[in-house]
Design a protein around this ligand. Structure first.
Ligand code: HXC
Length: 257
């Protein structure tokens, strides 16, 4: 991997993907996105890993797609590149992904954070979809996920003016889970990851799948989907372990079986 670093923590239950193009504020070139997508595919198959954290550095989570790489492109070049396959792959990840955001999360950077399942932000985080300022518009979910997260009028304002919002506003509008001092944002993201990693990974993944389904289908269909996943968990050892541990007043030890 040239543009990301992948490490593991907490008995290898947490995988950390760090974007690593600091000089370019982690601008998302095609290879970097392929690397994220490939590593998530691998991590999804890795039984040890239960939660993934994606982060950048203190100055930037990611300042968007690599403008220098796109500037001279024509429509057909963009079409042939098929860059959104990697984004679709990231969206298919079964394990929960937490974005640990400090500094800029702009354009594709904001879209990447929103493709994750939760966002822990440092107090210096800034979110925005500034594509309008460079003559285009969001292309990796910005008009859709941002609108679903913060509602029409605020999303319209951000997408049409390109202005940024700070962490306080992002929290106020429901875009992020929490704000922490800059020196603690990784620690806080890992704390959240560790908490989720202590649950049954099967239940976590099916719950994630069900929450995500609510964005795609009408309520009744979503409820049916939820019910099936709920029933399915009763064939897991983790369900027996979790419920027996409750009855026996002890801590459950989930194995992901
Ligand atoms: C390529 C980028 C970049 C980007 C920053 N850099 N953002 N390179 N693509 N998106 C580079 C700069 O060119 C510069 O390189 C170095 O990173 C540091 O950036 P500065 O601009 O000098 O830093 P600063 O003055 O602090 O300003 C930070 C900034 C600004 C406000 C974040 O860099 C900025 O506006 N960046 C672009 C944000 C943006 O428009 N994002 C949307 C992209 S389109 P040099 O070599 O000069 O030092 C998009 C579409 C997604 O994301 C569609 C789906 C894929």
């Amino acid at each position: 991997m040239e543009f990301i670093k992948v490490t593991k923590a907490y008995q290898k239950h947490i995988a950390l993907i760090q974007l690593n193009r600091p000089k370019e504020l982690n601008a998302l070139n095609i290879q970097l996105m392929e690397e994220i997508s490939e590593s998530l595919k691998e991590l999804d198959k890795d039984d040890e890993v239960r939660v993934v954290v994606i982060t950048g550095n203190e100055r930037a989570f990611a300042a968007g797609a690599d403008i220098k790489q796109m500037a001279g492109k024509q429509t057909i070049d963009m079409w042939k590149e098929d860059r959104f396959t990697t984004w679709d792959q990231i969206n298919k990840t079964k394990k929960p992904i937490i974005a640990a955001v400090s500094g800029f999360a702009l354009g594709g950077g904001c879209e990447l954070a929103m493709t994750c399942d939760m966002i822990v932000a440092s107090e210096t985080a800034q979110f925005g979809q500034p594509e309008i300022k460079i003559g285009v518009m969001p292309g990796a979910g910005g008009t859709q996920r941002l609108t679903k997260a913060i509602g029409k009028v605020k999303s319209m304002e951000l997408v049409l003016t390109g202005k940024f919002i700070n962490a306080e506003e992002a929290l106020h509008y429901g875009l992020i889970n929490k704000i922490v001092p800059v020196e603690l944002y990784m620690e806080e993201a890992l704390k959240l990851a560790k908490e989720i990693a202590s649950m049954s990974p099967l239940a976590v993944q099916m719950a994630k799948e069900s929450v995500k389904r609510s964005f795609e289908v009408p309520l009744d269909e979503g409820l049916q989907f939820e019910r099936k996943n709920f029933y399915m968990l009763f064939s897991s050892e983790d369900q027996k372990e979790g419920m027996n541990a409750f009855v026996e007043k002890r801590r459950a030890d989930f194995k992901g079986k």
